[in-house]
Design a protein around this ligand. Structure first.
Ligand SMILES: [Zn+2]
Length: 315
């Protein structure tokens, strides 16, 4: 049984026909139109193109935002002008067959659970460290969505009372301490302080500002200032993971997104800080901390597999 997965990102729409082992049979990619009507047309066109000559049983569409528990309506999307958008109904009317809508971080987490770094466990937490922090929870072999469908927003777990202001309207969220954007803030602070921040300060002067590529390059070269910024980030992620372990008790934490390419340099401070902050340390079994395996394809593979699961459960 093949399913189509579509991942609507901020800059591109990626789509693929995916087999039941998570393998990509064929794929497609177009820039994301800004206009919502054009975006809908682009998704419909991509589905038509992908299903030509294939036997496809379901379509899963992943997008950033709050999706209702019925996987039908997008309550709110941060990058697309959707408010209470009945996207499933609109797509099903145009393409025929079953369509399910899923939060993009949930889709990526599900793909890791089924086919990537989360295989062999029943309970997993994934944190996607990109510009922001995305979250996904698998509990007892099932994706956790919450009662209204808006659960697992782990980036908005409050970490610091009265901390840095967050785009969600609150203060001190994990996203402000554990994201790519937070890494840039920390790198700038280290650059300002001189000492180990000298290379960061020089790079900032040369390029006008620090960005992910510059800081990532310095981390790869093991520059002490850039590694210190990453370590700071990792320690916050470890502290948040300890709180998550107290609630969810996963066997494995998976870290994805652009910052996770740092690998062990990121995981080491996460593990260290996790153990320092773990409630009942020494008596609580310790989970593994690993890097995501599927990287670019996780959104489409997860969306396709969740659509297949939906069809099987509703057959
Ligand atoms: Zn927030």
């Amino acid at each position: 049984m093949h399913a189509i997965g579509i991942d609507i990102g901020g800059t591109k729409i990626a789509g693929a026909v995916v087999d039941e082992l998570g393998g990509i049979v064929r794929s497609s990619r177009v820039p994301t139109p800004v206009d919502t009507a054009a975006l809908e047309d682009a998704v419909v066109e991509m589905i038509g193109e992908l299903e030509a000559g294939e036997r496809v049983d379901a379509v899963g569409v992943a997008a950033a935002g709050f999706i209702d528990a019925a996987q039908s309506t997008v309550y709110y999307a941060p990058n697309i002008d959707w408010r209470n958008e009945p996207f499933r109904e609109k797509l099903e009317a145009r393409v025929g067959g079953s369509v399910v809508i899923e939060n993009d971080a949930n889709a990526a987490g599900w793909a890791e659970f089924r086919f990537g770094a989360g295989r062999m466990v029943s309970d997993m937490v994934m944190l996607t460290i990109g510009t922001g922090v995305g979250g996904a929870i698998v509990a007892g072999d099932r994706l956790f969505r919450g009662g209204f469908g808006a659960g697992a927003e782990l980036g908005h777990l409050r970490l610091v009372p009265n901390g840095v202001a967050c785009g969600c309207g609150q203060h001190g969220c994990l996203e402000q301490y554990g994201s790519g954007r937070a890494l840039m803030r920390m790198a700038n602070e280290i650059a300002d302080a001189g000492g180990i921040g000298q290379s960061l300060a020089r790079a900032r002067e040369e390029h006008g500002a620090l960005d992910g590529t510059i800081v990532g390059g310095l981390i790869a070269a093991e520059d002490p200032g850039a590694v210190a910024a990453l370590r700071h980030l990792g320690r916050w992620l470890g502290e948040a993971s300890a709180s998550l372990a107290a609630v969810l008790d996963p066997q494995r934490f998976v870290f994805g997104g652009g910052v996770a390419v740092a690998g062990e340099l990121l995981l080491a401070p996460i593990r260290e800080s996790f153990l320092e902050h773990l409630p009942a340390r020494g008596y609580h079994p310790e989970p593994d901390f690993v890097i995501a395996e599927l990287v670019n394809d996780a959104g489409v593979v997860g969306a396709a597999d969740l659509a297949r699961v939906w069809v099987e459960e509703h057959a």
